[in-house]
Design a protein around this ligand. Structure first.
Ligand code: SF4
Length: 287
């Protein structure tokens, strides 16, 4: 072969291709996330997990709401829906009921899912709707300027708690488990391999599957709370994380300064799902 500038360039382009390229929309990159943010790592685990499941990508739908995490859907080369604030869960349930063959995954943030969308998520868990929910908890409303959220740890500083937070935070894993979720896990964005594996399991699990992911948010949470770089927060995760599987999520609250419990807390497959119950009554109604 004659070596030309063109075929050297083509070889370089080919060598630079990443095995997950086909799952990302390169025309939408670079992303909007801040330097030091952990959301890129979470998205990277997610696309790898999707590839690992072996599911036909035509049978996957990803739904997100508003906020920093909500922007993830726009970067995925899948059928994705960027919905209004707090409404990712009902949108996802509607998709699943209309097309039970779909694997429907909600990928959104703590403010979207547990504040504005809080009512939707508890009822989705109660119904054991067959969807997977990946909630990135950055302890704050990030995109809107760092306001106090229901996940902000007690005593933490935010733009609307300039003297420290006086409200206890939700333990998201405990909340969804109490409501009826059959798969519940938590990892930080530092636990990339474990997070990736758990995402794969959650996507393949039948029933309401919930993963809480903790990424560093140096810009709106960290800089007010002694973590002004992503690295400082990752170091904190590294120092404080303790892995405990198969525990009651109520025993894993997030209290800053204490040990940070992560792991696969609950995995109870084969519980009847909302789709199963609907399929049962539609058979009855046809008799
Ligand atoms: Fe990430 Fe926080 Fe910046 Fe949002 S505000 S992109 S969560 S670092």
């Amino acid at each position: 072969m004659i070596v030309t500038k063109k075929n050297i360039e083509d070889t370089i382009i080919e060598a630079k291709k990443h095995p997950m390229d086909h799952l990302l929309r390169w025309d939408r990159l670079p992303h909007v996330w801040c330097s030091g943010c952990g959301l890129g790592s979470v998205l990277s685990c997610f696309v790898q997990a999707i590839a690992n499941t072996g599911i036909d990508t035509k049978k996957i739908a990803v739904v997100s709401g508003i906020g920093c995490t909500g922007r993830a859907s726009g970067y995925l080369n899948l059928d994705v829906f960027h919905t209004t604030h707090g409404r990712a869960i009902p949108f996802a349930i509607g998709l699943k009921l209309a097309n039970p063959d779909l694997h429907v995954i909600v990928f959104s943030g703590d403010g979207d899912l547990f504040a504005i969308g809080g009512n939707h998520i508890i009822h989705a868990a109660r119904r054991n709707a067959d969807i997977t929910v990946i909630c990135s908890n950055n302890f704050i409303y990030g995109m809107t300027g760092g306001q106090l959220a229901p996940t902000t740890p007690i005593d933490a500083w935010s733009s609307t708690s300039p003297y420290g937070n006086v409200e206890p935070a939700f333990n998201l894993c405990h909340l969804v488990y109490s409501a009826g979720a059959n798969f519940v896990a938590r990892w930080t964005s530092l636990n990339v391999r474990r997070l990736e594996k758990t995402m794969e399991e959650a996507i393949l699990n039948k029933g309401f599957s919930f993963i809480e992911v903790l990424p560093p948010c140096p810009t709106t949470f960290g800089r007010r709370n002694d973590f002004d770089t992503g690295l400082k927060m990752l170091q904190y995760f590294n120092d404080k994380t303790v892995i405990k599987h198969d525990i009651d999520p109520k025993d894993a609250p997030i209290i800053f300064g204490d040990e940070l419990i992560v792991g696969k807390f609950v995995d109870k497959p084969d519980q009847p799902t909302l789709d199963d119950r609907i399929a049962r009554i539609s058979v009855k109604s046809k008799k």
